[in-house]
Ligand binder design. Sequence first.
Ligand SMILES: Cc1cc2nc3c(=O)[nH]c(=O)nc-3n(C[C@H](O)[C@H](O)[C@H](O)COP(=O)(O)OP(=O)(O)OC[C@H]3O[C@@H](n4cnc5c(N)ncnc54)[C@H](O)[C@@H]3O)c2cc1C
Length: 366
Amino acid sequence: MAAYDLIVVGAGIVGAHCASLAVARGRKVAIVESGLVGGGATAASMGHLVAMDDDPAELALSHYSLGLWERYAELAEAEFSRCGTLWVAADEAEMQALPAKIARLAAAGVHAEAVDAARLRQLEPALAGDLAGGMLVARESVVYPPRIAHWLVDRSVAAGASLYAGRRVLRLRDEAAELDDGEILHGPVLVAAGGASGELLPELPMHVRRGHLVITDRHPGIVRHQLLELGYADSAHGDDDVSVAFNVQPRPTGQLLIGSSRERDRTGREVDLPVLRRMLGRALRYLPALRGLQAIRVWTGLRPCTRDGRPYIGAVSGRRGTWVAAGHEGLGVTTSTGTAHLLLDLIDGRPTAIDPAPFDPARVLA
Ligand SMILES: Cc1cc2nc3c(=O)[nH]c(=O)nc-3n(C[C@H](O)[C@H](O)[C@H](O)COP(=O)(O)OP(=O)(O)OC[C@H]3O[C@@H](n4cnc5c(N)ncnc54)[C@H](O)[C@@H]3O)c2cc1C
């Protein structure tokens, strides 16, 4: 009989961090991944490690997670680049909202500073000339998520974890998981299956928000910071069925990654040309220099979302020995480190570094 101290379903960035931490804490771990390790939403992501201030609970989890990410700053596989985040204000109204934003971030321990129009041009000369200024968060970074997921899983396996690659968990039982070939793995189960988590835990509502990304050929030096428009949070967390926002990232390779779009409940992976055109139009308004560049790949990915925008992290009540870490939407790479620590502390009955209550799955079961 295959018996484990923890069976992790899904080896995206969330499952990989949870498995790796569980192994480090001495657990006998199984990892079940039906596709490629890090091949789900994790592979589609921009890999921006960022704190957003519109939800205090998410901000606390992000800040906690950003601190934990520092452990990977020197890891070659992380492709960690501390480019900083430069939020761009289109007009004076957005500039006026900055002090409150900076204060909310500061209250959570994140240092941000306002920049005026002249400094903005100095920091990023290729931005459109009519922008009003912005906000610099100098310590933020970007990473390459699928490679980190691989590294974490490889390291876990080298330390004794069992990887069930290309195997799907069909259903959950009390303290057990049934695989697609009928094999049963016994032990506490952690569902970290991203957008597919709802198939195993239908009582926890899950939907997706599709996003497009474009990557260019190598054009080093055009921008230096991860750039976002200040209206990004409205696009990210608003109720529109389709929204786009300016979001450009310099990759360490010299390529530029261009986002972002959000389409509620679109599940196909095909590229939608009207949405792509809107997204690129938005990017050109802020960064006209993009017009001369060569795009080499366009793709879509599915952000796993809960109804209230907060991930489910914790025990699934009503199911013995069942845990969940899923639904991280557009912040799942950022918050994967904090998620793993929060969850393993809950499993181990240790005190947690941040309040777990806002993420308790029980909130939707009442
Ligand atoms: C376009 C886009 C841009 C993004 N940009 C950022 C960003 O810049 N910063 C950021 O922090 N976040 C970003 N995100 C969000 C982030 O990518 C996700 O929140 C995160 O990757 C979710 O990780 P996960 O491990 O929960 O899910 P996934 O990466 O989807 O992993 C789940 C895994 O579970 C496996 N699985 C599913 N069902 C089963 C089953 N029954 N049995 C076995 N295995 C199963 C899947 O094959 C998959 O590999 C972005 C997302 C998108 C789509």
